[in-house]
Design a protein around this ligand. Structure first.
Ligand code: ACO
Ligand code: KIV
Ligand code: MG
Length: 526
């Protein structure tokens, strides 16, 4: 065993563990809050795609986070389920309470070790070392899988970093994560830091080193890969690079880099890369953070070729301008053009390519919606179908309200007005309302029929495809008593999509109220 490979403590020295923190660090992006059900759904997708460790949340942060981590732990099949905890017994106990339901639980505890971060809890070097010893020991007494992180490791004095890492290992940490908390390091330095720890810290060969990078200078992927080359065997990352400020290392980037350049980076992950596109789309939808067009691997343009020389090359040999196959990340392998003349067989094949496996009755339902959309649009693109599937998933059979009719008068003359019919528990209710713009008028109409105090925390529109007949996908997020619910809908009419998204969020709010106040009449609580 070489010095370089000692760090994994694993039987297979070329295996790199993928630790996904979309649900913890990713969710820390301002505005990226996900609902309980969305977190469970994303966790299931992560588990199924072969993520080794899922950081499901920060259990002490809120009741909602605690419940999400507990439920993800309960539903987990293969992945290790991890929760975050500060360096105190209360956080660690709460974390254990949540993760202990998992088949394979992990406690992740951390404290800032750089001079700037040591000043926050006002601990000197010795006091902090003692705190690390006590808290890691406590965590290890609860759980045999403990990860410890010296936050802001890349700005911590090397001698002190070696000292505290050694303490954490002696106290029983099984993974030592080296975070570049503020995205400050560069690839060579990232590698040297791991190499330095491997060489200097007694016991370093008995644990796994992890790398956790942020993208403030656009180097998160490069820094993570450099750390792996130096001996780290766990990469911490998020889907679409979601995360604090400029984000975290993107899972799809490191995984595909290791796959495509295995000749110079001979390391393996356990990820089924064909699931990348599906989860990328879903995380973008539930977080409300669309993926930029030119994003590596999962951007809309990542496999698009418009210029003549590129198109010519692609037609002669795709490898001229593509270093990976679209199918490898789960992009459509078939070239079926979908439109009003397409049938069920083509729709089923197309949806299968997009990651949706449908039973016959589901296919029939989606087919009706697809035809309705195709009547309004010349061509139905992959993204239109994904939007359609997202709509179908967000509409429940037991929904309290549905939009039946909407007509909006808008233009240069204010105020704008909306005529609306909502079907509420089977009965139609009609109302007219005015507002500052068509969407405001529509939302006011909905509010007249279903008065409530939930705060509109997010209203976001994006065009699914190009062209003036493009569908708009609208996301609405409502907040009531600290609980968050979302709604989403797509339509070629932006105002109709907005109305449906708002109503969908309200339907979810009613369900949420019923869960938290089972004894009350949830309608009169509005
Ligand atoms: C780099 C990272 O990603 S770290 C993770 C960051 N994520 C989050 O903060 C999201 C979740 N956080 C929260 O919900 C809240 O901050 C809570 C519930 C954890 C704490 O809330 P509050 O008790 O109100 O504390 P507040 O957020 O104002 O301040 C943080 C406190 O934690 C302390 N603290 C911060 N990190 C640590 C740590 N690793 N170990 C021990 N204490 C810590 C701070 O010193 C401060 O305590 P003080 O007020 O006694 O000085
Ligand atoms: C909690 C730690 C690992 C973190 O997210 C960071 O330092 O960026
Ligand atoms: Mg982080």
């Amino acid at each position: 065993m070489t010095d370089k490979t000692k760090a994994t403590g694993a039987a297979e020295q070329d295996r790199v563990l993928i630790f996904d923190t979309t649900l913890r660090d990713g969710e820390q992006s301002p505005g990226a809050t996900m609902t309980h059900d969305e977190k469970l759904e994303i966790a299931e997708m992560l588990d199924e795609m072969g993520v080794d460790i899922i950081e499901a949340g920060f259990p002490i942060a809120s009741e909602g986070d605690f419940e999400a981590v507990s439920d993800i732990a309960r539903q987990s099949k293969n992945s290790v389920i991890c929760g975050l905890a500060r360096a105190n017994f209360k956080d660690i106990d709460r974390c254990w309470e949540a993760v202990r339901h998992a088949r394979r639980p992990r406690i992740h505890t951390f404290i800032g070790t750089s001079p700037l971060h040591r000043a926050i809890p006002n601990l000197d070097m010795d006091q902090m070392a003692e705190r690390i010893h006590e808290t890691v020991t406590h965590a290890r007494n609860l759980c045999d899988n403990v990860q410890w992180s010296p936050m802001d490791a890349t700005r911590t004095e090397h001698d002190y970093l070696c000292r505290v890492v050694e303490i954490a290992i002696k106290a029983g940490a099984t993974t030592i994560n080296i975070p570049d908390t503020v995205g400050y390091t560069a690839p060579r330095e990232s590698a040297e830091l791991i190499r330095m720890l491997l060489e200097r810290v007694p016991g370093a060969d008995t644990i796994t080193f992890a790398t956790h990078c942020h993208n403030d200078l656009g180097m998160a992927t490069a820094n993570a890969l450099a750390a792996v080359e130096a001996g780290a065997r766990q990469i911490e990352c998020t889907i679409n690079g979601l995360g604090e400020r400029a984000g975290n290392t993107a899972l799809e980037e490191v995984v595909m880099a290791l796959k495509v350049r295995n000749d110079i980076m001979p390391y393996r992950t356990g990820i089924d890369t064909t699931r990348i596109m599906g989860i990328s789309r879903r995380v973008a939808a539930v977080s409300g953070f669309p993926v930029q067009y030119n994003k590596a691997i999962v951007g809309k343009n990542a496999f698009a070729h418009e210029s003549g020389i590129h198109q010519d090359g692609m037609l002669k040999n795709a490898q001229t301008f593509e270093i990976m196959r679209p199918e490898d990340i789960g992009l459509s392998a078939t070239n079926l053009v979908m439109g009003k003349h397409s049938g069920r067989a083509a729709l089923r094949a197309k949806l299968r390519d997009l990651g949706y496996e449908l039973a016959d009755n589901q296919l029939n339902d989606v087919f009706v919606r697809f035809k309705a959309l195709a009547d309004r649009k010349k061509e139905v693109y992959d993204d239109d179908l994904v939007a359609l599937m997202t709509d179908t998933a967000s509409e429940g059979a037991g929904d309290h309200m549905q939009v039946k009719f909407l007509r909006v008068i808008c233009g240069t003359e204010a105020p704008q007005s909306a005529d609306l019919i909502l079907t509420m528990d089977g009965t139609d209710h009609q109302v007219t309302a005015q507002g500052d713009g068509p969407v405001d008028a529509t939302f006011n109409a909905i509010k007249k029929l279903f008065p409530h105090h939930a705060r509109l925390a997010l209203y976001q529109v994006h065009a699914v495809t190009e062209g003036t007949d493009a569908q708009a996908t609208v996301s609405v997020r409502l907040e009531e008593d600290g609980k968050i619910v979302t709604g989403q809908s797509s339509d070629t009419d932006t105002v109709v999509a907005s109305a449906k998204a708002y109503v969908s969020a309200l339907n979810n709010l009613i369900v949420r109220r019923a869960k938290t106040k089972p004894e009350e009449d949830v309608k009169s609580a509005s």
